[in-house]
Design a protein around this ligand. Structure first.
Ligand code: AMP
Ligand code: GLY
Length: 425
């Protein structure tokens, strides 16, 4: 089969890489892709968030399967537009993607489906007084989230009430995240290790299969300090999830899929449950409707099942194959540009050292924000630039492999966390 992967990040590079290793896949296209993806797949320029443009390209290329990989594409209805052409799409329609597109709606679904999650309330324009009063009723760790999409950066967690109040005001005024923040969710802060549990779904609430869990590092700074980002690194497997995946599927994923089916939503693609292991047990932090980035860069390399067959079966609503994962551990470290996650980022710097990685290490470099410069050199072109993934017989071995490769790569202002997978939970 021929597959079109839509998007341009490290997750999309990992998807292209996994599909190219699948016996079932003859060719892979990407739109728009990035400089790393262009080494092995045909890239096509287009706006990935435009459903009509993606559907037209899929028809023109006569691909057998489309994988819309990022949140905004799915929220905008890219999967619906592709399916309307009679082409299978791996991803929920706009109806299911609302789980990620509106955190307020996601919380309503969690309540109606009986999913454990933090106490919360949502507020819209003109409700500042009520929002501030609710905020003050929280016990001490304050969480303020944009209702809409904000590339993982719309969540503010603080113990400082004054800072939380300022955040509420700037979100509601549209200053911080435009319309995405004019409705917001205020939540009770939870504490504990986090887990990304991703399930592949085929439309049947009882047919979903869990992928091997991963843990992501959301904050920009070592020791989980500083602003939230899209994700600065990840590892898999995760010791706290050992032997608990079936229980977590039963508590979170299955009741959610049952509830969605009851609303008439045929959910196909990845349902990503962001969980926190609180002192009161596991609770839902958020749902995403696609592979995580950078979780995909550690989960897909461990997948031994044919990725093309798996995604195609889910997209067509067929029974999913048994999933097999490597026993080896995998760690990825994200390298970002100076200033990330506060945009605009510094871009256009020449990336040096990738040839040394290829020559001396087994690490796999997944490109995210890269582009070809005017003389063919590789330059930075986004906030997150590279995700460097390595395998090991242990998490620590994989971590040493990933950092060994990261240290060979540089550009002016490069930043990355030094503590990814240093203390696996
Ligand atoms: P989200 O985009 O909702 O996953 O939030 C991003 C990150 O913010 C999560 O992975 C957590 O680290 C943190 N976060 C979100 N909600 C809460 C909460 N209620 N309590 C503590 N941390 C949270
Ligand atoms: N790594 C978090 C996300 O993909 O949303």
């Amino acid at each position: 089969m021929n597959v079109l992967v839509v998007g341009s990040g490290g997750r999309e590079h990992a998807l292209v890489w996994a599909l190219q290793r699948s016996a079932s896949v003859a060719g892979v296209h990407a739109a728009p892709g990035n400089a790393g993806i262009a080494h092995t797949a045909t890239c096509h320029a287009l706006d990935p968030n435009d459903p009509r443009a993606v559907a037209a390209l899929a028809r023109e290329l006569a691909v057998d399967l489309v994988v819309p990989a990022a949140d905004r594409q799915l929220v905008n209805g890219v999967a619906d537009a592709v399916r309307a052409e009679g082409i299978p799409a791996f991803g929920p329609g706009a109806d299911g993607a609302r789980l990620e597109g509106s955190k307020a709606w996601m919380k309503d679904v969690a309540r109606d489906a009986g999913i454990p999650t933090a106490r919360h309330a949502s507020f819209g324009p003109g409700e500042e007084d009520a929002a501030l009063a609710f905020l003050e009723s929280m016990p001490g760790l304050y969480v303020v989230k944009t209702d809409g999409l904000a590339e993982g950066k719309g969540v503010f967690v603080t113990e400082d009430l004054a800072a939380a109040r300022d955040t509420v005001r700037s979100y509601l005024a549209g200053d911080a995240f435009g319309d995405a923040g004019r409705t917001l969710v205020i939540e009770e802060g939870m504490t504990g290790p986090e887990l990304s549990l991703l399930a592949v779904c085929n439309g049947d609430p009882y047919g979903a299969r869990p992928l091997t869990p991963a843990q992501d590092f959301k904050r920009i700074g070592d020791g989980d300090t500083g602003l939230n980002t899209g994700g600065m690194g990840a590892y898999s497997p995760v010791p706290i999830a050992e032997g608990r995946v079936d229980e977590l599927m039963g508590t979170f994923v299955t009741p959610t899929l049952e509830h969605l089916a009851g609303l008439g939503i045929d959910y196909r693609g990845v349902l990503y449950a962001g969980l926190m292991f609180t002192p009161d047990g596991p609770k839902l932090v958020e749902y995403n409707v696609r592979f995580g980035d950078p979780e995909a860069q550690v989960v897909l390399p461990r997948l031994e099942t044919d990725a093309g067959e798996l995604l195609m079966a889910a997209a067509r609503g067929d029974d999913l194959p048994e999933l097999e994962f490597s026993d080896r551990a995998c760690v990825t470290v994200v390298m970002a540009t100076e200033g990330y996650p506060v945009s605009p980022y510094r871009t256009g710097d020449v990336i040096e050292g990738l040839a040394a990685v290829e020559a001396t290490s087994d690490a796999q470099v997944f490109h995210a924000g890269t582009a070809a410069g005017t003389r063919g050199e590789l330059v930075t072109a986004g906030g997150r630039v590279l995700a460097v993934t390595a395998f090991g017989s242990t998490i620590d071995g994989a971590r040493r492999g990933a950092y060994g490769a990261v240290e060979l790569v540089t550009w002016p202002g490069v930043q990355y966390r030094r503590d990814i997978a240093a203390d696996p939970t």
